[in-house]
Design a protein. Structure first.
Length: 379
C-alpha cells in the first residue's frame, strides 16, 4: 500500500513538472514560412494569332529576350495608310503656313487695278471728243433723213403720175423709216453722253473695287491663324494615330521584362492570344521573399530591419533578409503556418526579402526567420 502511494505521488510530481516546464519554458523566437517569388504575367495589349514561340517552360530568359511573336494581320497596311494621312496633313500645314503663291497675289492685284481704272473712267464720264463725235453722227443721220425725205417725195410724185412703179415707193418708205430711226438713235446717244454715268453704275463699280481690294489684302496676309491651327491639330492627330499603330506593331513581339524563369507556357503556333491577357508567366528569382506570421507579442519589428533566415535546404548557411512589409492589421494564424504559439493567438503578417544572385534558392523551399534577441517570452 505504501509503495503504491509513493508511486502515485511520483507520477503526480512528474505530471506537475511536465506541465510547469511546458508552461514556463522559453519560447523559441523564430517563425517559419516558405520562399516565394514575384510572378509576372506577360501578354500583349493587342492580341492576335501566334506566329512563333521562342521559349519553353522552365527556360531561363534575359531581359528584352523575344518570347512570343504574333501575326500582324492588317496592322502594316493600316500603318502605311496612317503614314499617307500624316503626309497629307503635313502638306496642308506647309501650304497654309507658306500662304498664297506669288502668282495668285499678282492676279488679285491686277484685278483690283483693272476695276480701279474702270471706276476712274466711269467717274470721269464721257470725254469732250466723244460728245463731239456723237453730235457729228447726229448731223450725218439728220442729213441722211433729209435726203430720204426728198427721195421719198420725188417717188410719190412719180407714182402719182404713173411714171414709177409701186415697188420704188416701198423702197423709198423703207429708206425714210431707217433714216428716221437712225436720227432718233443718234439723239439718244448724244443725250447719254451729255448726262454722264448713272449713279447705279458708279455704286456697282465702287463695290467691285472694294471687293477686289479686300481679296488682294487677304491673299497678301495669307491664311487665318485659326485655319493654320486647325491644320496643325489635324496633323498632330494623324501623328498620334501613326504612333498608336507603331505601338501596336511593337506589341506583336512579346519580350521578357526581366531576367527570370518561364514558369508556365501553354501556347503553340496558331493559337489565338486574347488582347490584354497573360499568355505566359515568369518568375523573378533574383529576389525571393518569405511570408511569415509573427505573434503580436513579438512584432517589435520595423521595415528595413535585417533578420537572420535559415533555409531548410541549406541549414548551415545563415542568410540575411530585410523586412519589407509588416501588415497593419492583426489576423488569426493560417492553418498551414506553424508557430510555437497557440493557433488562436493573433499574428501579424510580415514579408522578408532575400537576395538570390547565385540562383541557388528556389521558390517553395521552407525557411525559418529568427526574430531579434530579447528576454524569453513565457506563457
Amino acid at each position: 500500500m505504501f509503495r503504491r502511494l509513493v508511486a502515485l505521488l511520483l507520477l503526480v510530481m512528474l505530471l506537475i513538472t511536465a506541465i510547469l516546464y511546458d508552461q514556463y519554458r522559453a519560447v523559441p523566437r523564430k517563425v517559419s514560412g516558405f520562399l516565394e517569388a514575384d510572378e509576372i504575367r506577360v501578354g500583349s495589349r493587342v492580341g492576335g494569332r501566334v506566329r512563333a514561340v521562342h521559349v519553353q517552360e522552365g527556360e531561363r530568359v534575359a531581359k528584352g529576350q523575344l518570347l512570343v511573336e504574333l501575326e500582324p494581320f492588317d496592322l502594316r497596311e493600316r500603318l502605311r495608310e496612317a503614314e499617307a494621312q500624316l503626309a497629307a496633313r503635313e502638306a496642308d500645314v506647309q501650304r497654309l503656313e507658306h500662304g498664297y503663291r506669288a502668282e495668285e497675289i499678282a492676279q488679285a492685284e491686277a484685278r483690283y487695278r483693272q476695276l480701279l481704272a474702270e471706276q476712274s473712267k466711269l467717274r470721269a464720264g464721257p470725254r469732250e471728243q466723244e460728245i463731239k463725235v456723237a453730235r457729228a453722227q447726229l448731223k450725218v443721220a439728220q442729213a441722211e433723213l433729209d435726203l430720204a425725205q426728198q427721195s421719198h417725195a420725188r417717188v410719190v410724185s412719180l407714182v402719182e403720175k404713173r411714171a414709177a412703179a409701186a415697188e420704188e415707193l416701198d423702197r423709198a418708205d423703207e429708206r425714210l423709216k431707217a433714216a428716221t430711226a437712225n436720227v432718233a438713235l443718234r439723239e439718244q446717244q448724244l443725250d447719254l453722253q451729255l448726262v454722264g454715268t448713272r449713279q447705279e453704275d458708279l455704286d456697282q463699280i465702287d463695290a467691285q473695287v472694294e471687293e477686289s481690294r479686300h481679296a488682294w489684302d487677304m491673299l497678301k496676309n495669307g491664311y487665318r491663324a485659326e485655319d493654320v491651327a486647325a491644320a496643325r491639330a489635324a496633323r498632330d492627330a494623324a501623328q498620334y494615330a501613326l504612333d498608336a499603330l507603331q505601338t501596336q506593331l511593337t506589341e506583336l513581339r512579346i519580350t521578357s521584362p526581366l531576367d527570370g524563369v518561364v514558369e508556365a507556357m501553354e501556347l503553340q503556333p496558331g493559337d489565338l492570344a486574347p488582347p490584354s491577357a497573360p499568355v505566359l508567366s515568369l518568375l523573378d528569382d533574383r529576389q525571393l521573399w518569405v511570408r511569415a506570421y509573427v505573434p503580436q507579442n513579438q512584432v517589435a519589428l520595423h521595415v528595413g530591419q535585417t533578420l537572420k533566415v535559415v533555409v531548410d535546404s541549406f541549414p548551415r548557411d545563415a542568410l540575411e533578409g530585410t523586412v519589407t512589409f509588416i501588415s497593419r492589421l492583426a489576423e488569426f494564424t493560417p492553418s498551414n503556418v506553424q508557430t510555437p504559439v497557440e493557433r488562436a493567438k493573433l499574428v501579424f503578417r510580415i514579408k522578408v526579402s532575400l537576395q538570390n544572385a547565385d540562383r541557388k534558392l528556389l521558390p517553395g523551399m521552407s525557411a525559418d526567420i529568427w526574430l531579434p534577441d530579447a528576454e524569453a517570452h513565457r506563457e
